[in-house]
Structure formats: C-alpha cells, structure tokens
Design a protein around this ligand. Structure first.
Ligand SMILES: Nc1ncnc2c1ncn2[C@@H]1O[C@H](COP(=O)(O)OP(=O)(O)O)[C@@H](O)[C@H]1O
Ligand SMILES: [Mg+2]
Length: 445
C-alpha cells in the first residue's frame, strides 16, 4: 500500500523531471493556470527532503499569514502519501529522519536580520513569482548563497516586464533552466479544469492566452510613455535654455521613498536632486536654497502627503509667488480629458517627450524604469487614467519619485515670462540691470 503511494509521488510529469535530476542554480517554470507547477514543486521538494537534510525556504512577495503560503499544499501532499517521517508544526515542516526543514516567508516583510537567516538555505522556492518586486529579487538572489544552493521559481507571467522575468528569464545563462508548462502539458489536469479553459478560449481569446497559456497581458498600447521616446531624450544634448526655470518637488511619503527635485527649463531637463530621510524643515531649507540660488519662476510640489507641511513653511517664508501646491488626486485642469491631475501631468510629459524640436533628459536608468513603467487606462467617461500607484510600486519596488517630480514641472503652463517680483525687490545690482538690458538688446527675452 505504502509502496504504491510512493510510486505516485515520483510520478512527476516528464517536464518537471529536471527539478530532481539536474543541477542548476535557477529552475524557472512558467505558464498558465493548472500546468501542475505547484504540485510538482511540492512533490519534488518533499521527495528531496526525504533523501538528504535540506533547509527549504518557501517564499513569496507578501505572506501575511501561513495560509498564503504553500504550507497547506505540502501538508495535503504529506497526508495523501502518508509520509509519516514529516512532522507538521504550526509554521514549519520537518523531517525527523533526515532533518530537512521547510520554512515559509514573505520577502517584502523581512528585515535584514531575517533575510540573513536565509543564508543557509539549500533550495528556495519562490511561488507566484510574477508578484516579486525588483527590490525583493535583488535582496534575495545574493542571500541564497550556500554552495550548491538552488532557486526554484514558479510563475504565471503578468506583464511583459515582470521584474523576475527580466532578471532571470529574458536573457538566461547556462546556470538557468527554463521551462514553459501549461494545462495541456499536465497529464494530471482534471477534466473540469480543461472544460473551464475551453470555455474561456471561446469567450475571450485574450484572457485565454494570458490565464491558460501563460502569455503576459498584451502591452500594446497600455504603456503611457514608450522606451524609444525616453532613449531619444537621453541622447540629446541641449545644455542651455533661455526658458524660465521650473522646479518639480516630490516629497517622500513613507520611509523608503525619496524626496526629489527636478529642474527643467523648456525643452531642457537638466538635473534631478534626490534626498532621503529628511524632515519637513530640512526639505523646506533645501527648497529655499534652490529658490535663492537658481531663481525658478515656479516650484510645483505635491501636497497630497508630507508635502503639505513643506508647502506651509515655504509659504510662511514669503515664497507665495513661486510655489504652487498640487494634489495628484485632484481634478484635472482639463477635466473632460483626464481622470485626475496626475494623469494630466504625466500626459504632458508624454507630449513634451514627443515634441519637436526634441527635448533632453539626464541619462538615468532609474528615471527610465519609472517613466516607461507606468500603464494607462481609461475610465468610464473615456478619460485618461494612470494605473494605481500601488501597482507601479509593486513592479518597481519603489515609488516613481523622479518621474513624478518631472511630471510636477508640467503642473501648469508658464505663460508669464517676466521675472518674479521677489527676485527684484530692491536687491538688484547695477550690474544685473546692465545685464538685463544687454539681454533685451540681444532679443533673448
Ligand atoms: N502530481 C500530480 N498528481 C495529481 N494531480 C496533479 C498533479 N499535478 C497537478 N495535478 C492536478 O493539476 C491541477 C493543477 O496543478 P497546479 O500544480 O495547481 O498547477 P499550477 O501551479 O501550474 O497552476 C491540480 O489542482 C491537480 O488537480
Ligand atoms: Mg500554482
């Protein structure tokens, strides 16, 4: 009886055999629903754990409770096959003969200390890896560092540019094994599932491709800003402009976001200045220095979160004429076209990038990821809407702070080209007057 069941557990579909037979740093299985990935990974790990002592970490991006994990699946398989050498605890599973231990963790919730505890792991299984952020992967990969350790990844692709897909599968090396598996490759696929898949194929071929065949959701026109536009702006060299200076300020909202200042004169975005972990007064002081040293015509800032406090300080310091507060969520200037102010500002960035003559951005890969990483959609009134910030954060592993700061420089059009009063109040020197007149003579105003 027992033998028969053990026979079952090694009857893993051929496509999953490499999990047990090959030595690879990364084993990456992807595809649509019901390809048998979870079962095959669970069975293979249970089998391996009976052969030798292993520390096996079952990981996902977020694990609020053990119920989110593959713990239950492993327990079910253990009881189905009557693997009595496995002992099930509240939040771990151990094999009392070999000493193998299964642990279950969410990567994003881990502090450095806990991540360190993963250093002895022999096999890390990342389930639902399409939700893993870039940041999580960058922390995890070097942490799984034991000699001969392996990372097993199972996922159903979500977007063209899922971070783990880009990092692992887009350009695989010889230490990486990649297999695609769908329900029609799963010899154990229940009839009911096949019926559901077939139904979906008839009703919605696009959904079928994504859900059942494991294709990423078609990007097509869903990206707001294309990679080519940003690359073109990186390649340009303008280096000066007579247009008024506008500063966009995105104030950090939470501990891990950055406060970013973006400097733009017309077609030329010259620089981004990034700060971390500042309080409101410190941000206001830096803004004050920038205003005094660079004399912007406008400084637009997000006052939805922390920014409100900074805005009040700057107003109190007499910069009324220069600073403007913007709520990303407030209604757009062109309310018929845009869902909110943020969508409107971002679309202005898109227009600016497509404009001719061409514009310039400082070459910056972080900015690139942020600008090209945001998807658009349309609300019921047909107005342009950006995807939720949480979704963007999930993919980037952070907020698009730089891109938001750039977008803020487009909060309102600057029609008034005259120099703001505050820069002139009795402080102007004779040389400056002379310069201004010279400039006028040159027609540069
Ligand atoms: N080794 C197996 N033995 C029995 N049934 C299996 C096995 N592998 C997969 N199945 C069946 O196929 C279904 C889909 O497998 P699953 O591992 O959940 O797929 P995926 O993780 O790829 O979505 C399971 O619900 C189960 O009914
Ligand atoms: Mg699964």
């Amino acid at each position: 009886m027992k033998n028969k069941k053990e026979y079952h557990i090694v009857r893993i579909a051929d496509i999953f055999a490499p999990l047990l037979t090959e030595k690879k740093r990364i084993k990456f299985y992807y595809g649509g629903r019901a390809g048998g990935k979870s079962y095959a990974f669970a069975d293979s790990l249970l089998l391996k754990g009976r052969q030798q002592k292993l520390l096996i970490a079952c990981l996902r991006e977020i694990q609020e409770s053990i119920k989110d994990s593959v713990y239950k699946l492993l327990c079910d398989r253990i009881s189905l096959y009557e693997l009595n050498d496995y002992k099930i605890f509240e939040n771990r599973i151990e094999n009392y003969i070999t000493g193998t231990k299964f642990i279950f963790k969410g990567i994003r919730d881990q502090d450095v200390q806990h991540i360190k505890s993963l250093e002895g792991v022999d096999i890390a299984w990342i389930e639902e890896a399409q939700t893993i952020s870039k940041k999580s992967w960058e922390i995890l990969e070097p942490t799984i560092r034991k000699d001969g350790s392996e990372i097993w990844i199972s996922m159903n692709r979500e977007q063209e540019n899922d971070p783990i897909w880009i990092a692992v599968a887009a350009h695989p090396d010889e230490r990486t094994l990649i297999r695609k598996v769908n329900y029609n490759n799963n010899p154990f696929c229940p009839e009911e599932i096949k019926i559901q898949a077939e139904k979906c194929r008839k009703i919605s071929p696009d959904d079928y491709e994504h859900i059942w065949l494991g294709e990423p959701i078609r990007q097509g026109n869903t990206k707001l800003i294309s990679s080519e536009l940003v690359r073109k702006a990186f390649a340009n060299t303008i280096l000066s402009s007579h247009s008024p200076l506008v500063i966009g300020l995105d104030v950090a909202r939470f501990g891990d976001d950055s406060t970013v200042f973006c400097f733009r004169r017309g077609r030329w975005c010259s620089k981004f200045e990034v700060y971390n972990k500042l309080d409101n007064v410190e941000v206001a002081n830096i803004a004050t220095n920038y205003i005094q040293d660079n004399q912007p015509h406008r400084l637009f800032m997000d006052i939805g979160g922390q920014g409100a406090g900074v805005y009040d300080i700057l107003k109190d310091r007499g910069f009324n004429e220069i600073i403007r507060g913007v709520y990303f969520g407030e209604k757009a200037i062109n309310e018929n076209r845009y869902f909110n102010r943020r969508a409107e500002m971002w679309d202005n960035v898109q227009f600016w990038l497509s404009s001719s003559p061409q514009v310039q951005l400082p070459q910056d890969e972080r900015l690139f990821d942020e600008l090209t990483g945001i998807n658009k959609r349309y609300d019921r009134r047909g107005r342009l809407q950006l995807e939720e910030k949480d979704e963007v954060k999930k993919r980037l592993g952070r907020s698009p702070d730089k891109a938001d700061a750039l977008a803020l420089t487009f909060a309102e059009p600057i029609y008034d080209m005259r120099e703001p009063q505050i820069y002139r109040k009795g402080q102007i020197t004779v040389e400056e007057i002379f310069n201004i007149q010279q400039n006028r003579g040159n027609n540069s105003w």
